[in-house]
Design a protein around this ligand. Sequence first.
Ligand SMILES: Cc1cc2nc3c(=O)[nH]c(=O)nc-3n(C[C@H](O)[C@H](O)[C@H](O)COP(=O)(O)OP(=O)(O)OC[C@H]3O[C@@H](n4cnc5c(N)ncnc54)[C@H](O)[C@@H]3O)c2cc1C
Length: 437
Amino acid sequence: MSQDNLNFDHETKGWVDLIPHRKPQPILNSNLDTRWLVIGAGFTGLSCARRLAELNPNEKIVLLEAREVGQSASGRNSGYAVAHSHFSGGYQKDQLNQYKRIDRINQAGLDSLKSIINESQINCDFKESGIYHMAADKSSSEECEYFVDYLQKRQIEHRPLSQDQINLELGTNWYRKGVKVKDGALVQPAKLVFGLADTLPSNVKLYENSPVLAMEIGKINTVRLPNSTIKAENVIMACNYEPIANGKQKQRVVGVTLSGSITRVLIQEEVEMLGSESSWGILSLHSGGATVRLTEDKRISIRNTAEYNNQRLLSDGQLKERQKVHRQAFDNRFPGLSHVGFEHLYSGVEGVSANKTNVFKKLSSNLYFAGCYNGSGITKGTAFGIGVANFASGNDDELVTDCLGIEKAKWLPPRPFLDIGAWYITKQRFKGVGKDY
Ligand SMILES: Cc1cc2nc3c(=O)[nH]c(=O)nc-3n(C[C@H](O)[C@H](O)[C@H](O)COP(=O)(O)OP(=O)(O)OC[C@H]3O[C@@H](n4cnc5c(N)ncnc54)[C@H](O)[C@@H]3O)c2cc1C
């Protein structure tokens, strides 16, 4: 059975198309018994499987992926591996423990990625260059003040930036102000996720194009695929916004579809118009604002649309329409480069919860779920993967306590209310976005 016959949309566009094709691991076609099964090979599942392998060196860890690695959000994101999250609104003293907890989780993910990338020599353009947070309009400028105050109070290393300074460093006059946070890295997401999948420990067996269609929960869980059945003692679901039929979890995560474009490689004179930094990444201080990067290979990537599209990727027709929005945002920021064409156009679906938090849960004695990072899952997903592996193995360390301590995601209503609610919440994200779009 091919992916097209099932409900797993998967066309590859964007970051995956910028790099050589990767040969996927085989489909699972025979029945299996296993102690450990991880479902989903994005950042969460890959990290979880790797950690389980480390904790259980003499056991086989089975990792199932419905699509091919790189086709989900983990291969389609904008590549910001954050160390410090931005919380909108002013610093709240009573939230200090929560701020610290989230930063510890981000840091655990960043540290893990760094050590895997170094040890396994994964070439993924990983650069610990820090991250620019920018404001182009009124409400984001207020947010910038709040964020700088927050960074000062938390003693997180940062550098506030004026419009002139931004222009000098990045070659755009579009932003009124900003702040550069020293910690955090940029990465080519598809290269990273390919690298993580291709350097898994030898006791992890990855099967691709192998979707779980149903699961019966019991002392031993029975997991059904198109051509096989797995009997699994422990199951970790790392499948983000896609609930598994008959899985035990209530709907708390919904898929929101984002889109972006990537230019051709810029020539030297064009690169010289982009200020003094050799590559950089801008996150918007407005939740609906554009993320813009100058990549290591000298392309500009821009991502700004977000919508509820029934938790699906955009069609070619929808993508072409969205590219007009990317074009406008690009020309606003870089009028001197308006002749530069886009070469790639892509969408991706991120898992979002109603109250913008994550899910880390034991669903029954031998069934776990970790996911939903609201657009910030490279470091957090990696950390949650380690955390859920530790948790399921009975190692309740500080990371597990931190993951369990995250605010609980609210329950979401079933369809059709889900669709209406998700559509509305996504629209709200753009309130007051103005020039940040
Ligand atoms: C356009 C875009 C830009 C983003 N930018 C950033 C960014 O710059 N920085 C950042 O930190 N985060 C960013 N994110 C969010 C980040 O990509 C995600 O939070 C992260 O990739 C989630 O990882 P995951 O492993 O939990 O989920 P996924 O990557 O979605 O992986 C889940 C996997 O489970 C598989 N699966 C689902 N159901 C089944 C099943 N039944 N059987 C088998 N397999 C199944 C899926 O095929 C999928 O591969 C962005 C997201 C998008 C879409």
